[in-house]
Design a binder for this molecule. Structure first.
Ligand SMILES: [Zn+2]
Length: 70
């Protein structure tokens, strides 16, 4: 995982790290969800993806997360 990876083409909510950049899950409305920072938006704020499937699905993101801890 490279938390400094620049991720573009995001919605406003994704840019703010409020929703998953892959599946669009709204973290504010999903209290049990686990997410990890997967990069930065063009504004410099961190963006997040769900632990597991979404992190692995992200093409610009390495697959370290989810590989060792489940
Ligand atoms: Zn997701």
């Amino acid at each position: 995982m490279n938390p400094e990876e620049l991720i573009t083409g995001l919605s406003a909510a994704q840019t703010d790290g409020l929703v998953c950049v892959i599946c669009g899950l709204d973290y504010l409305r999903s209290p049990g969800s686990a997410s990890v920072p997967v990069g930065r938006s063009v504004t410099g704020s961190q963006v997040f993806a769900c632990v597991g499937r979404c992190v692995e699905a992200a093409p610009t993101i390495s697959r370290r997360v989810g590989g060792g801890r489940r």
